[in-house]
Design a protein around this ligand. Structure first.
Ligand code: G6P
Length: 613
């Protein structure tokens, strides 16, 4: 939530900052702002709305300056308006700051500053920090970096900040705790951003700041990193592997559609080098050292949020079924505050696309403190969750920009399948022949996903029929129950149609009361052990005149006679059915949202990276 960018060097800062904000807009788009420093002038432009609004706003204004900071906001404190937009200023207007995170004790600091006649323009926690830094700088007669350091020792909460000052035109200061921050190191220039996407076009050399570290980046190309306790740290400079192409739409009208279409590749990338069909082996290098821990685990607890939580539910079926390890799947936000019972021989799997979700991170910290083993499944390399876990596997889905997650979900399930297979073999709970069969089937999945994508027009036609529905019900059973949840979430997120996902059999304990001719009911009725049961559930919906859209296995005739509409998908093993059956649901949501005129890539009120709890 909230994206921040900073630049100091010899180039014009504005184009770099605006391009960076566009890349980070997935983190929030309530307001945008930029501050540029020129010969002791600080020009600040900020307004409610998206980055494109800001670009219109600065038209014909002075945008010169080789030092600057910029921000795209997901509102936490104070409504989205021009005044609450970042950057914020100190009392004198000399210091400007951008911030991602929440200063929890801002009210008590604000009260104290108010008592000393400080005036506040906004309702934000960030402005409090700007005043506090200036107050310390003046009253303790210290340098700006030192004032930032002292101020950060007084705040409780999460922050990634970048500070510039009229009095210090040759340096910018960046600090972080809880929220992510990356520094790009160029030739006599520095870039700072919430993730590496604004940086990758300029330099491949980056430093990920650790919590409670702050960096002073100078125009002459020198920099220092210290902890807020004033200990100098040796920066670890890493090389970025990201490519620029992955950050563009590549001819698609929306990132979401591009990402849906990327799935044959992203799934393959996730198992490439890990799955060897001919050699009949699976090897996730990241967890190799922990195989024994898994085998001896009393229990696996999967913690995640949103779509990643749905992938976790599929993981529960996979691990219990294949590796015979009991699994609990927890919303990270509930787990962290529930005083959960965690044992040393529990394995925690944290799943997160962004690797920055605050609740998931907090759940990891809690489980770690109880001595459990923590394994991560993340998409963003170098992200906070990837760093906080003891081991894990990256999904290699490539950058996911559309706020509604698609390719990350199928990549997460791919990794969970590989993990469950690897552990099942190590534990001896899966026969060699079934193991081999599943490897072959997983290897065939990208081509089958491609075949589902070829049904795009058919799905678009269905979307046309249902685009004005007010409610949707999604039903699935066994492995496809989490798919029903995910299908409903996709529709809610991007088209704002109310939708519920339910276990097909559980429908009769409530949702069945909602069914009439106006209720579209999406049923995932692919072949598998519960197929017959799902057919009975379809009969129940049909008897109440529900409008049934069924996702079935190619060649199915039974459901064809019962459902109003059917979408055929290629046959696959039940264990892999979620990957195949979610694709038509992603496309259905996408087309409905486009037809309703919704912003599919940036749905209202949402953000892709939720760094507040
Ligand atoms: C937000 C996003 C979702 C995502 C969830 C968890 O709500 O909009 O798409 O599933 O966060 O994010 P994570 O990065 O931890 O997977």
């Amino acid at each position: 939530m909230c994206g921040i960018v900073g630049y100091i060097g010899e180039r014009d800062a504005y184009p770099i900052l605006i391009k960076g904000l566009h890349r980070l807009e997935y983190r929030g788009y309530d307001s945008a702002g930029v501050a540029l420093l020129t010969d002791h002038h600080l020009n600040v432009y900020k307004c409610k709305g998206k980055v494109s609004k800001l670009e219109e706003f600065v038209h014909q204004k002075d945008i010169s300056g080789t030092v600057g900071i910029a921000h795209t906001r997901w509102a936490t404190h104070g409504e989205p308006n021009d005044i609450n937009a970042h950057p914020h200023f100190s009392e004198s207007g000399n210091i400007a700051i951008i911030h991602n995170g929440i200063i929890e004790n801002y009210l008590s600091i604000k009260k104290e500053l108010k008592n000393r006649n400080y005036k506040f323009k906004s309702e934000t926690d960030t402005e409090v920090l700007a005043h506090l830094i200036e107050d310390i700088k003046i009253n303790e007669s210290v340098s700006l970096p030192e004032a930032v350091r002292i101020a950060l020792n007084q705040v409780i909460g999460a922050y990634a900040i970048v500070v510039i000052s009229k009095d210090n035109p040759n340096e910018i200061i960046a600090a972080k705790k809880g929220s992510p921050l990356v520094i790009g190191i160029g030739e006599k220039e520095f870039f700072v951003a919430s993730d590496a996407t604004p940086i990758v076009g300029y330099t491949k050399n980056v430093v990920y700041l650790a919590d409670e570290e702050f960096a002073v980046l100078r125009r002459d190309g020198t920099f220092t990193i210290k902890t807020i306790k004033n200990q100098t740290t040796t920066p670890y400079i890493e090389e970025l592997e990201m490519n620029l192409e992955a950050l563009e739409k590549g001819g698609f009208p929306h990132f979401m559609l591009k990402e849906i279409y990327e799935q044959p590749r992203s799934i393959r990338d996730s198992f490439r080098g890990r799955l060897d069909v001919n050699g009949a082996s699976v090897r996730l290098g990241g967890i190799a050292e922990y195989e024994k821990t898994f085998v001896n685990a009393q229990r696996i607890i999967i913690v995640a949020c949103g779509t990643s939580w749905h992938a976790g539910l599929v993981g529960e079926y996979l691990f219990e079924d294949l590796a015979r390890i009991p699994v609990e799947v927890e919303y990270a936000s509930e787990f962290r505050y529930r005083n959960p019972v965690i044992h040393e021989n529990d394995v925690i799997i944290a799943i997160s696309q962004s690797g920055e979700t605050a609740d998931t991170l907090a759940a990891i910290t809690l489980a770690k403190s109880k001595g459990a083993t923590i394994i991560g499944i993340c998409n963003v390399v170098g992200s906070s969750i990837a760093r906080a876990t003891q081991a894990g596997s990256y999904t290699h889905a490539g950058p996911e920009i559309g706020v509604a997650s698609t390719k990350a979900f199928t990549a997460q399930i791919t990794i969970l399948t590989l993990m469950a297979l690897q552990i099942a073999r190590a534990k001896g709970t899966l026969s060699k022949s079934k193991f081999h069969e599943l490897l072959q089937e997983l290897d065939a999945i990208p081509e089958k996903v491609q075949r589902v994508l070829e049904k795009n027009r058919e799905i678009e036609a269905l979307a046309e029929i249902f685009k004005d529905a007010r409610n949707f019900l999604y039903l699935g059973r066994g492995y496809t129950f989490p798919v029903a949840l995910e299908g409903a979430l996709k529709l809610k997120e991007i088209s704002y149609i109310h939708a519920e996902g339910y276990p097909a059999a559980e429908m009769k304990h409530g949702p069945i009361a909602l069914i009439d001719k106006d209720m579209p009911v999406v049923v995932i009725a692919t072949q598998g052990p519960s197929y017959e049961k799902v057919v009975s559930n379809i009969q129940e919906v049909r008897a109440r005149k529900g409008n049934i859209i069924a996702v079935v296995t190619e060649g199915d005739t039974t459901v064809k006679d019962l459902a109003n509409y059917v979408l055929e998908v290629p046959e696959t093993d039940e264990h892999l059915s979620p990957i195949i059956s979610v694709i038509p649901l992603q496309l259905l949501s996408y087309h409905i949202a486009v037809m309703r005129g919704c912003n599919v890539d940036q749905p209202r009120n949402l953000a892709k990276s939720v760094t507040v709890e």
